[in-house]
Design a protein around this ligand. Structure first.
Ligand code: 3PG
Length: 306
């Protein structure tokens, strides 16, 4: 009997786990749960005796993959798979998949939650600012970027996007102006919403030169990954420009310094919570379970990333 282990440091909503359990039971597979674990070693041990892993931002490194003596597939229930060592997975013959699009709306809504919260003085009294007619630049037009665009258009924002990998027609079909370069995007837009993945090309790529191109009242919204920001450069910009704000779904590595120096101009969620809705948990968890069953029963490798 195939065994599927859900290993989530940040657990899915109960309803999502129940739905995963049903899908696994219908396939006559066995389900194991490892939630809210505190040591990486627990994940290593969970990988030892299972055919499949469902994870979120859990760190599946070479140690986990090598421990997986019968492990065939890891599905990251979500979009970004920078937490999985893809070359170690390929080396050990483990297939890695993600579930693109399943939690994107939740992440997009949080980007607006943070913008509104900060534009209204953290919901305290005082004069705020509106989003309507402001320029929003979407950096990378994948699933989250697309949802951000739709919400922004509803708010009456002037929406621009740059994505080196998405044809301009795809962007323009959404009613968004497609730009030719990242520099153009940052120069034009007061609000930038980041949706690039974290990889060797993008890490620390949001740097001084780019950030300093942003117009007055610059607001950088990061629901992507903290690693894409060059934190020292961002600190420097914020020192130099009292108009610059940084809102991020996950604390930066230098959180203490940002908070101490720029308390009124930063907002950070303590733990990544973009995908923390019941709907996103169900969508991503169910998709992951179905992909695993489909892989074992039909050899389906759609959404494979290695
Ligand atoms: C993703 O890449 O799907 C999001 O960042 C959500 O991550 P999470 O499942 O750890 O909340």
């Amino acid at each position: 009997m195939k065994k599927v282990t859900v290993a989530t440091d940040k657990p899915f909503a109960k309803e999502a786990v129940d739905k995963i359990r049903d899908i696994i039971a219908d396939a006559d597979f066995e389900l194991a749960l490892l939630e809210k674990y505190t040591e990486h070693q627990q994940l290593v041990e969970a990988a030892q005796n299972t055919d499949a892993l469902i994870i979120r931002s859990d760190k599946v490194d070479a140690q986990v993959l090598r421990a997986g003596n019968r492990l065939k597939i890891v599905v990251r229930a979500g979009a970004g798979y920078d937490n999985v060592d893809l070359s170690a997975a390929t080396e050990t013959g483990v297939i890695v998949m993600n579930t693109p699009g399943q939690n994107s709306n939740a992440v997009a809504e949080l980007a607006f939650g943070m913008m509104l919260f900060m534009n209204r003085n953290r919901l305290n009294s005082g004069t705020g600012a509106e989003l309507r007619c402001k320029k929003l630049g979407i950096h990378a037009f994948g699933n989250v970027g697309k949802f951000v665009a739709r919400i922004a258009l509803g708010f009456g924002m002037d929406v621009y996007a740059f994505d080196a990998f998405v044809p301009k027609e795809v962007i323009e079909k959404e009613g968004v102006k497609a730009l030719d370069s990242v520099e153009e995007l940052y120069s034009m837009c007061q609000y930038i919403s980041l949706h690039i993945p974290a990889n060797t090309e993008t890490k620390a790529s949001i740097n001084y030169n780019l950030l300093n191109m942003m117009p007055h009242g610059a607001t950088l919204v990061n629901t992507a990954r903290k690693e894409v920001i060059h934190e020292d450069d961002l600190l420097k910009i914020m020192e130099e420009r009292p108009d610059f704000r940084y809102l991020s779904d996950i604390e930066p590595s230098k959180k203490a310094e940002f908070s101490e120096k720029f308390a009124n101009r930063v907002f950070f969620t303590p733990k990544k919570m973009g995908a923390e809705t019941g709907e996103a948990n169900i969508n991503a968890g169910v998709a992951a379970a179905r992909q695993i069953v489909n892989f074992f029963e039909n050899g389906d490798e759609t959404f494979r990333v290695n």
